[in-house]
Each structure stands twice: as structure tokens, then as C-alpha cells.
Design a protein around this ligand. Structure first.
Ligand code: NAP
Length: 252
């Protein structure tokens, strides 16, 4: 409890899946959260419930590819909480089987825009506020697709780009005591993966057993705990790190 007391966090892509789980854990740990997503109705439904239960959380519709939307997000965070300490760049898109051959330039640009350029825009938008807070943390939700190939050209490029964006900004921002780290989840059960995985529960379990040394799909909260550690002062000497959280999937 209270590992994020007095901290203000922005979490993107928080309407469901990993972003929702991260935002919920952050408020449980005493953080003040601004949760954003392009899907405002879905986002505001659970945020409203959290507020009714006493959490300090606000939400805003936000397209992470829009620089003007990012300005609105930082303005809202400052208006509501007076400062920003933490940014979690989580929003992303993925579809299986998007190869170089089948991906058109528009789709390539869309995936790179939402999964990678968004993190650049987000860091630019919050930088002056993190400098002001004196101990900032940026957590970029990449993927094991940013480490090993086989998940589609644009998705892999976007997630690998995020890994090195993280390391570069870790060096650039270190003089301001702003830490930047990436998380690389494997297969986690979220709305993104629910539709991709076999609907048959036994088949799904067999597939995960075959793919993953821990033999099961991950729960969003297992990734949220990694984000909490990196966001909190417990990770005060951790920057430029790539935290793999994949049940051993990429260890083979
Ligand atoms: P999710 O359930 O689809 O959640 C992602 C959220 O981001 C959705 O609400 C999505 O809205 C939103 N989003 C899409 N485009 C956006 C935009 N332009 N601006 C703002 N929000 C936007 O996915 P998830 O599984 O939680 O994934 C979260 C992150 O983890 C992603 O970056 C993903 O690549 C990464 N990841 C996930 C897994 C996994 O197994 N689940 C593994 C490795 C990495 P729409 O529904 O409209 O798209």
C-alpha cells in the first residue's frame, strides 16, 4: 500500500487490458491517476466506479498520435493534481499475421504512429513537468516482439523502436533524475489477445503450455506489478532497463 503516495501518474490506453490494470493498481497504491484512451465510454465507466469507491482518478479521451491531445492531457493533469511524476505509455494496437507483404504503407504508419511515435510525443509533452517534480519515471509498454522476431514487421519494428527510444531517453533524461524503462510482456489475457486466442479453453491452455515455460497465459496485474515497481521510488537506481515479463517465453 501507498507505494505511489503523493505521485501523479498518466496512464494511456487505459480503457481495458494492461492499461486499466496498471491504472487500478496505481490508485490502490495511493497514486493520483489520469487515465486516458481513445475509447472514452469504456474508460469512463470503470473510472467512475473507482471514483465512487474513493479513488483519486480522472479520465480523458486521448488519441496518443495527436500532439494537441497530449497538450490537453498534461493540462488536465496539472489542473487536477498540480504536477506530473509518472507517465506510462501503454496504448497500442496489434493484429496477428501482418507481414511485410500484406501490410500497406498506411497500416505501417498507423502501427508505428500508435505504438512508437506516441511514446516520443508523450515524453516530449511531460518532460518539463517531470523535470520540475525532480524524480520522474516513464514506463514504456513494449513487448517481447521488441526483442525477438515473428510478430509482424510493423509491430516488431514499433516495439523494438520503443526499446531503444527508452534507452536513449534514459541517457538524455538521467541528469534530471528522470528514469525511463521498458516492459516486455509475453502473452497476457486482455481484450487485444482474447479475440486472437482459440476460444476453446482446453485448446488455449494446450497452446500456452506448448509456447511458454510457465505453461499459462499471463494476467494483466502481473504486468501492472512490474509497472508499479518501475514507476515507484523502489526503482530509484533503475533506468534504461528492459524488463521482460513473459513467463519465460523468450528464454528459449
Ligand atoms: P488492449 O486491451 O487493446 O488495450 C489497448 C488500448 O489502447 C485499447 O483501449 C485501444 O483502443 C487503445 N488505443 C488504440 N489506439 C489508440 C490511440 N491512438 N490513442 C489512445 N488509445 C488507443 O491491449 P493490451 O493487450 O492491454 O495492450 C496494452 C499494451 O501492451 C499495448 O501497447 C500492447 O502492444 C502491449 N502488449 C500486450 C501484450 C498482450 O499479450 N496483451 C503483449 C505484449 C505487449 P482500441 O480498442 O480502439 O484499439
Amino acid at each position: 500500500m501507498n507505494r505511489l503516495q503523493h505521485k501523479v501518474a498518466i496512464v494511456t490506453g487505459a480503457a481495458g487490458g494492461l492499461g486499466e490494470s496498471i491504472a487500478r493498481l496505481f490508485v490502490q497504491e495511493g497514486g493520483k491517476v489520469l487515465a486516458t484512451d481513445i475509447q472514452f465510454d469504456k474508460l469512463s465507466t470503470w473510472v467512475q466506479q473507482e471514483r465512487e469507491n474513493g479513488a483519486t482518478i480522472e479520465c480523458l479521451q486521448h488519441d496518443v498520435t495527436s500532439e494537441s491531445d497530449w497538450q490537453k492531457v498534461v493540462e488536465k493533469a496539472i489542473e487536477c493534481y498540480g504536477k506530473i511524476d509518472i507517465l506510462v505509455n501503454n496504448a497500442g494496437i496489434y493484429k496477428p499475421l501482418e507481414t511485410t507483404e500484406t501490410t500497406g504503407l498506411d497500416r505501417w504508419n498507423q502501427i508505428i504512429g500508435i505504438n512508437l511515435t506516441s511514446a516520443f510525443l508523450g515524453a516530449k509533452a511531460v518532460l518539463k513537468y517531470l523535470k520540475h517534480s525532480g524524480a520522474g519515471s516513464i514506463v514504456n509498454i513494449s513487448s517481447i516482439a521488441g526483442i525477438v522476431g515473428g510478430n509482424g514487421a510493423a509491430y516488431s519494428a514499433s516495439k523494438a523502436g520503443m526499446r531503444l527510444l527508452t534507452k536513449d531517453q534514459a541517457i538524455e533524461f538521467a541528469p534530471f533524475n528522470i528514469r525511463v524503462n521498458s516492459i516486455h510482456p509475453g502473452g497476457i489475457l486482455t481484450p487485444m489477445t482474447e479475440s486472437i486466442l482459440p476460444q476453446d479453453v482446453a485448446l488455449r491452455a494446450d497452446m500456452m503450455k506448448a509456447m511458454c515455460p510457465l505453461g499459462r497465459i499471463g494476467d494483466p496485474v502481473e504486468i501492472a506489478r512490474g509497472a508499479l515497481f518501475l514507476a515507484s521510488d523502489e526503482a530509484s537506481y533503475v533506468t534504461g532497463a528492459a524488463l521482460v515479463m513473459d513467463g519465460g517465453l523468450s528464454a528459449r
